[in-house]
Design a protein. Structure first.
Ligand code: NDP
Length: 400
């Protein structure tokens, strides 16, 4: 008999969070939602609480928390703010934590989950990028297992788990985003509305802009370096507009292992959940019966697969991410913080699309090579980079 696993979903109202709940809905005998978190989307949080009946809910935003409490305080315990997010991440009955908050807000809850030995399905890339060494150090002192949800890393994880051969390099694919064939002149004019319309994936606004600039791929290169302990030279990016191949591992014997599926995050989410559920020791779990709800690939329909090297000239964010890995220390953190400010400003129409890499490059250039230390150091360095970014904006941004 299989025993259901309790899941705590950090960022339940987001794109990854709602798709995780889709997987839970499809596999209701395998998973219970024991805790969930939201920030500003009160209506969706209320709906989710009514449907999934978690024991504990954390709402980051105080005003939203009041609205949620008013509607459903009789159904679960609801707390507010960062401390509540940390509590959801370390909730005693949770077997698995899904880390799907956006941006830097995920770092403290993630470290809390690892600190108390929870198994973590990690979607949030910014905390790995900004504080990779700290996350690894915490993992070294904990029994936690970390399985990536990001489709590329989950694919690499699947390939690497299934073989003991020597690795020559790993390849991660990029759809190329909505502006793959735009000239530099066209890129100067693209609006946030055009940039958030991703051709293959339905995602949150921040990651959609990152996909359009290829910074998302840059963050993924850093994420892969952290997750798989690889130097930058062993991680390659290929533009693959069909988004059917998600990750490849090239082995020293000349073979390449590939993970392919229709672009649907639920495949990676259910892989991560089933791996974590199966390896938690004492309770039986039948992962073979899990359903991701994804449609199957039809190879007989004559589909073509293209692979193109990325254009670093039109998409300099990718090059900046490699540069930050080469610089090391806090450079990826600085890159990430500057990028978060740049994307926010672009969405608010305070800078143009091509100013995103300009801002990031300017802030990265100010970094003095200081090493990563404690969480406080990271928070300090993060706010330093954001302040540098805001200085740049005051000089070069246009206010609206
Ligand atoms: P969304 O913007 O769709 O969702 C983010 C979630 O975090 C929401 O639940 C949101 O709450 C909550 N949130 C936002 N700001 C805060 C805050 N300051 N404090 C606490 N909670 C907050 O993001 P995605 O789901 O797209 O992405 C989540 C993470 O996963 C990111 O790191 C992204 O890079 C990564 N990822 C996403 C993929 C995707 O396909 N979407 C693919 C691979 C990785 P609310 O909505 O209530 O305001």
């Amino acid at each position: 008999l299989s025993v259901a696993r309790n899941i705590s979903i950090l960022g339940a109202t987001g794109s990854i969070g709602t798709q995780t709940l889709d997987v839970v809905r499809l596999n209701s005998e395998a998973f219970n939602v024991t805790a969930l978190t939201a920030n500003k989307n009160a209506n969706l949080a209320i709906e989710q609480i009514r449907e999934f009946r978690p024991d504990f809910v954390a709402i980051a935003d105080p005003e939203t928390a009041e609205n949620v409490k008013e509607a459903v305080s009789d159904l679960c315990q609801i707390e507010v703010g960062e401390a509540a997010l940390v509590k959801a991440a370390s909730y005693p009955s949770a077997d698995i934590v899904v880390a799907a908050l956006v941006g830097f807000s995920c770092l403290k809850p993630l470290l809390a989950a690892i600190g108390c030995g929870k198994d973590v399905a990690i979607a949030n890339k910014e905390s790995l990028v900004a504080a990779g060494s700290l996350v690894k150090e915490a993992l070294g002192q904990s029994a936690s297992r970390l399985v990536p949800v990001d489709s590329e890393h989950n694919s690499l994880f699947q390939c690497l788990q299934n073989s003991k051969k020597g690795v020559r390099r790993v390849l991660i694919t990029a759809s190329g985003g909505p502006f793959l064939h735009h000239s530099k002149e066209q890129l100067m004019e693209v609006s946030p509305n055009e940039a958030v319309r991703h051709p293959r994936w339905d995602m949150g606004a921040k990651i959609s802009i990152d996909s359009a600039t290829l910074m998302n791929k840059g963050l993924e290169v850093i994420e892969a370096a952290v997750l798989f302990d690889l130097p930058a030279r062993m991680i390659e990016v290929l533009v693959h507009p069909q988004s059917l191949v998600h990750g490849m591992v090239e082995y020293l014997d000349g073979s390449t292992h590939v993970v392919m599926y229709e672009p649907d995050m639920k495949v990676a989410i259910s892989d991560a959940l089933s791996r974590l559920a199966s390896c938690s020791s004492d309770k039986p779990f039948h992962s073979e019966s899990l359903n991701s709800g994804c449609s199957f690939l039809d190879f007989s329909s004559g589909r073509t697969l293209e692979f193109i090297p990325p254009d670093f000239q039109r998409f300099p964010c990718l090059k900046l991410a490699y540069r930050s890995l080469e610089i090391g220390g806090c450079a990826p953190l600085v890159l990430n913080a500057a990028n978060e400010v740049a994307v926010e400003s672009y969405l608010a129409e305070k800078i143009g699309f091509l100013q995103i890499p300009m801002l990031v490059e300017a802030v990265l250039g100010q970094y003095d090579g200081q090493e990563l230390g404690s969480v406080d150091d990271i928070l300090y360095r993060d706010s330093w980079a954001r302040e540098q970014a805001r200085c740049w904006l005051r000089e070069y941004g246009h206010s609206k």
